[in-house]
Design a protein around this ligand. Structure first.
Ligand code: CAA
Length: 308
């Protein structure tokens, strides 16, 4: 039986590309009346809003969106600078679902989930857009500060948390991976699925294992392409062209690594390797060295290729 998500307001923590993409589909596709975005950095918030505007302009320009729908979507947005501020919004605007799309770092995500649990009511659904970190570990942090062991807050807090993994560019990619933590209440999983579907996405479910389904398969593929490059099997162009034209992939693996971010690829490989101790997940030495050099891919202007 299908469940209605029932969210009148959705919050998104982190106004980078992923966070803004999620805000965009929440406002445009799911038509959520209030979309509240949180970023502590005023300059990132400004960049995020400009990116949102550019998506609206492009879609209106291409005739994919009516001007009045774009204006309505813009009017749905609110930007705040802290989770504390989020908790102080009036009942209509205070989000029933929060999607955390902050930096892929365990300490940062634990801090955010603890703060969300402290400042928002216990029935707020908390989703993380992590691409490889243990969702059960993040969910365990969803307990308000000062909650006593064995209290309702302590056991119920983690049960409203789960993983909701979107793909970049969010407005274009059709998939969301749903990752219930060990603690997640099935009703929370059903509502989160319904929200992702309302955003126009096909939803697959993965167990909470390192990398889930997507990155357990994708990252070793990218890593192997880097090993092939460093072993001199072929040039970067030939590796990419082989996969692009031979297998009809939209991007070759090295171009895709640049697009995702080499630091993100390395972080995911390190998680897979650490949590499984399986040598098939050992990060390519070249990948580590490129990150050491500050070559993060497209976002830093240089990775396997150069970007103006
Ligand atoms: N944000 C929003 N929209 C974007 C975008 C961005 N950053 N980049 C491109 N687009 C849009 C374009 O505006 C265009 O939209 P329209 O159809 O409305 O015109 C559409 O995407 C196609 O773009 P282009 O014509 O410029 O280029 P393209 O046909 O080469 O497609 C691409 C670009 C969609 C990125 C395509 O190359 C592709 O699908 N690449 C693979 C992407 C991929 O694998 N993503 C998943 C990465 S893994 C991940 O995200 C999760 C993780 O855990 C690491």
């Amino acid at each position: 039986m299908s469940v209605s998500h029932g969210f009148k307001s959705v919050g998104v923590v982190g106004m980078g590309q992923m966070g803004m993409g999620i805000s965009y589909v929440a406002a445009i596709k799911a038509k959520i009346p209030h979309v509240v975005m949180v970023d502590a950095s005023a300059s990132q918030a400004q960049k995020g809003v400009a990116f949102f505007e550019s998506l609206l302009k492009k879609d209106v320009g291409k005739g994919k969106l009516e001007q009045n729908a774009a204006d309505l979507a813009r009017s749905r947005l609110t930007v705040v600078q802290s989770i504390e501020e989020l908790g102080k919004l009036d009942d209509a605007k205070r989000p029933g679902l929060i999607v955390e799309a902050a930096t892929e770092s365990l300490p940062i995500k634990l801090k955010i989930f603890n703060s969300l649990a402290t400042h928002l009511p216990l029935d707020t659904v908390l989703a993380t857009n992590t691409s490889s970190i243990s969702v059960s570990k993040i969910a365990a942090a969803a307990v308000p500060q000062g909650a006593e062991k064995g209290s309702t807050e302590a056991w119920k807090g983690p049960s409203r948390a789960l993983g909701l993994h979107f793909f970049n560019p969010v407005p274009v990619m059709s998939l969301v991976e749903l990752i219930p933590a060990l603690q997640t209440d099935p009703d929370v999983t059903a509502r989160a699925r319904s929200f992702a579907e309302a955003c126009g996405k096909v939803v697959t479910t993965s167990a909470d294992v390192p990398g889930f389904v997507s990155n357990r398969l994708l990252m070793p593929f990218i890593n192997e392409a880097i090993i092939a490059l460093e072993s001199g099997v072929a040039s970067k162009e030939d590796i990419d062209t082989t996969l692009k034209l031979g297998m009809n992939h939209p991007m070759g693996p090295l171009t895709l690594a640049d697009f995702i971010g080499l630091d993100t690829c390395l972080g995911i490989m390190e998680t897979l390797y650490r949590e499984t101790a399986d040598s098939k997940y050992r990060p390519a030495v070249l990948l580590g060295r490129m990150v050491d050099a500050g070559w993060m891919g497209k976002k830093s202007g240089k990775g396997f290729y150069e970007y103006a």
